[in-house]
Design a protein around this ligand. Structure first.
Ligand code: FES
Length: 169
């Protein structure tokens, strides 16, 4: 008799079911809070990138945090890359913040590094993110450019499981 093992299997199955349900209702994900069992399990989430048109962003939730996924235009990538890295408040190249071969995709934690408000996508002087709380402005790489926020928006751990799908966590 292995009650501990049975409990573990039950939890694992629940987490898989939660991920499946989230994928099925994808268009609503940006409006929804995470499924309670997914949060409890701290499970990774998979996100299908196919429906995100160039120039669009979506917001998903992972471990209760808003995550922005931006399908960047060529112009947005160029803007992120033409600025001298040494001139940035938190110097990081755009290449360091995206995955090789997937330059068009920016994935960042959507929590302002100043005092934790949620910045708005496609706002502000750098066409990146704007935090309405105290006016921090992030660029198309999610790097802080103006305002009180001390550091760039963090990039969460994620991998490409295919050309059109990422796993966060
Ligand atoms: Fe974003 Fe203060 S919390 S600027």
């Amino acid at each position: 008799d292995h009650p501990t093992r049975r409990d573990f299997l039950y939890v694992a199955t629940g987490a898989v079911a939660a991920v499946g349900a989230a994928a099925t209702v994808w268009p609503l994900v940006s409006q929804m809070n995470p499924d309670a069992s997914t949060v409890a399990a701290g499970a990774p989430i998979e996100v299908d990138l196919t429906p995100i048109a160039e120039g669009q962003d979506i917001k998903v939730f992972w471990r209760g945090k808003p995550i922005y996924i931006s399908h960047r235009t060529k112009k947005q990538i160029e803007e992120a890359r033409k600025v001298p890295v040494s001139s940035l408040p938190d110097p990081q190249s755009d290449e360091q913040r995206v995955k090789p071969g997937h330059d068009q995709w920016l994935v960042v934690v959507g929590i302002c590094t100043h005092l934790g408000c949620i910045p708005i996508a496609h706002e502000g002087a750098y066409d990146g993110f704007f935090c309405p709380c105290h006016g921090s402005v992030y660029d198309t790489s999610g790097r802080i450019r103006q305002g009180p926020a001390p550091t760039n928006l963090p990039v969460p751990p994620y991998t490409f499981v295919s050309d059109t799908k990422i796993q966060i966590g």
